[in-house]
Design a binder for this molecule. Structure first.
Ligand SMILES: Nc1ncnc2c1ncn2[C@@H]1O[C@H](COP(=O)(O)OP(=O)(O)OP(=O)(O)O)[C@@H](O)[C@H]1O
Ligand SMILES: [Mg+2]
Length: 327
């Protein structure tokens, strides 16, 4: 019996640190772009490799806290795939459902940092092409939870299938749909959200899903509660998190750290939050673990570094959480 089976991406993350120059940043339609000189050679100061991807990141975050976790997904039959298997093993994640695709390579994320910010270039690979034929439904009944990390490309088609299967088998579902899934925003996607027990979104995703740009997080939460009756978590980057459980709204600020690399902030928050729910079935404890896990994670480079472990749960800092009744 597993506590959680996670589904989603498994990538190799290659970090490229550009020299600390003042790169031209242009602002087009309220979005910032950093510009590289066309035709030039840009020397890169540092390059580091880690494994990444929402499905494996959350699996490893939960395993680090002692939960019994399996990752369901695909990698390529290549060196990057090997790195992913090694990390799953290191954290104690069961990899029996992590398959090697014969034809497709492992997906790669190139994380190009420029000062405090970064742009991620994703080379699509095996994890983005998980099909129904790859899912052995009979073998995944014995778990308390499914965690559906952001899905892309062909894997998107699995979202309703996994949710409906989980509901049939009394498995709870947490999901963090990708912007690709949200932008489709079709009736089918929305009707599936209504069956989810925990919905993780960042504020931008919540605004796209509700088609309400510029709306405050409280109002986004109210709109989302009409779509999903489960717990709704809206993360707001360095502004913390707001959580809605149908009765109360909870707000917490971030845990302040020196940031090394923001890759994996959302995944480590979700992993911590899920761990809190599994351990104490208490939203405030879940928020506390989410806030601290994500802060620790982004204080180190690599989406799987800095995760809380079991021993650290005994010396957890307190986090101020404001809880108010919603009517
Ligand atoms: N600057 C920061 N300092 C401390 N904690 C942070 C900071 N930025 C993010 N976090 C923590 O990480 C959580 C998730 O961050 P964010 O809302 O940026 O997720 P995201 O947009 O889903 O990230 P990702 O790019 O990983 O998908 C926040 O709610 C917060 O707890
Ligand atoms: Mg995210």
């Amino acid at each position: 019996m597993f506590d959680v089976i996670t589904f989603g991406s498994a990538t190799q993350d290659i970090f490229l640190e550009l020299p600390p120059k003042k790169w031209l940043v242009s602002d087009i339609n309220h979005k910032k772009y950093f510009c590289l000189p066309l035709g030039d050679k840009v020397l890169v100061d540092e390059m580091q490799y880690f494994s990444g991807g929402g499905g494996t990141n959350v699996a490893c975050a939960l395993a680090s806290l002692g939960f019994k976790v399996a990752f369901y997904g695909k990698v390529g039959n290549d060196a990057s795939g090997k790195v992913i298997f090694e990390d799953l093993k290191k954290f104690g994640v069961n990899s029996r459902f992590c398959f090697k695709d014969k034809d497709l390579p492992t997906a790669i994320s190139f994380v190009v940092s420029c000062g405090d910010d970064r742009t991620i270039l994703v080379y699509k690979g095996a994890c983005h092409f998980l099909f129904l034929r790859d899912i052995k439904l009979k073998k995944i009944k014995k778990t308390k939870w499914f965690y559906l990390a952001p899905f892309y490309e062909k894997t998107i088609e699995l979202f309703p299938i996994l949710i409906n299967f989980a509901k049939e088998k009394n498995i709870q579902v947490a999901a963090n749909p990708s912007i690709d899934q949200i932008e489709k925003n079709n009736q089918d996607f929305l009707s599936n959200l209504s069956k989810i027990d925990v919905l993780f979104l960042n504020k931008e995703e919540a605004a796209v899903l509700t088609k309400s740009p510029g709306v405050c997080v409280e109002d986004l939460g109210k709109m989302l509660q009409k779509i999903c009756s489960g717990i709704i978590v809206i993360t707001q980057g360095d502004k913390g998190v707001t959580v809605f459980d149908g009765e109360d709204v909870y707000r917490a600020d971030t845990y302040k750290v020196a940031i090394e690399d923001k890759t994996g902030a959302g995944d480590s928050f979700a992993g911590g939050f899920m761990a809190g729910l599994l351990k104490e079935n208490n939203i405030e404890y879940a928020i506390r673990l989410g806030i601290i896990n994500s802060a620790k994670n982004i204080s180190q480079k690599g989406a799987k570094n800095g995760f809380l472990n079991k021993a650290e749960l005994k010396i957890l800092p307190t986090i101020d959480i404001i809880k108010e009744r919603t009517y």
